[in-house]
Ligand binder design. Structure first.
Ligand code: HEM
Length: 164
């Protein structure tokens, strides 16, 4: 039998929901992050986040089917501000949410730590007011070896695949 996906090792859909809910509470409580969440947030935000991460970590493609995929997620954040005051706090909240809600597995935590740093760098790269849009990039897929590239090879850490 092959190794489970990160999604399965984390605990599947219930674990993604717990991770997203815990993470969102931490964002709301974080002095450096509460500002962007002060506006009216979609009541389904936590469910969207759970579906997105589930798909990235090897679960079902619900986010792509229902929300428009990776490009749609990037566009929610794009062209918001030239200065990025958010990335460090975002990563901090994710790491803490992983520790609070997912299995105590050092390898799982390490790869999720690499993931959130790469993903946050990618999202932040689209935040400047004049940044070009993402186009329709494929959903990033992460496994134990890091991010799967478009050619099915695996790389770690780099926020690659910006579509021109
Ligand atoms: C870097 C700092 C970030 C900030 C300040 C931020 C903030 C936000 C805000 C305010 C929303 C809108 C919520 C709503 O109105 O429904 C949102 C949506 C979302 N964010 Fe972020 N975000 C950040 C980074 C990221 C990253 C790195 C990811 C994933 C890798 C991510 C995933 C999502 C998803 C999946 C949604 C829901 C989009 C949808 O409605 O389908 N965010 N974010």
């Amino acid at each position: 039998m092959g190794r489970p996906t990160l999604y399965e090792a984390a605990g599947g859909a219930p674990a993604m929901s717990a991770l997203a809910a815990d993470f969102h509470q931490r964002c709301l409580a974080h002095p450096g992050l509460s500002h962007p969440f002060e506006r009216d947030i979609d009541p389904a935000h936590v469910a969207h986040l759970a579906a997105y991460w589930g798909e990235v970590f090897g679960g079902p493609d619900d986010y792509s089917r229902t929300r428009g995929g990776h490009g749609a997620m990037i566009r929610v954040h794009a062209n918001q501000c030239d200065e990025d005051p958010f990335a460090g706090a975002f990563v901090e909240c994710f790491d803490a949410a992983v520790a609070a809600t997912l299995p105590d597995d050092p390898e799982l935590r390490a790869v999720l730590g690499d993931y959130i740093r790469a993903a946050t760098a990618e999202v932040v790269s689209y935040m400047p007011l004049a940044a070009a849009g993402p186009g329709e990039p494929p959903m990033p897929r992460w496994s134990w070896a890091g991010r799967h590239g478009l050619d099915a090879s695996v790389s770690t850490g780099e926020p690659d695949t910006r579509t021109p």
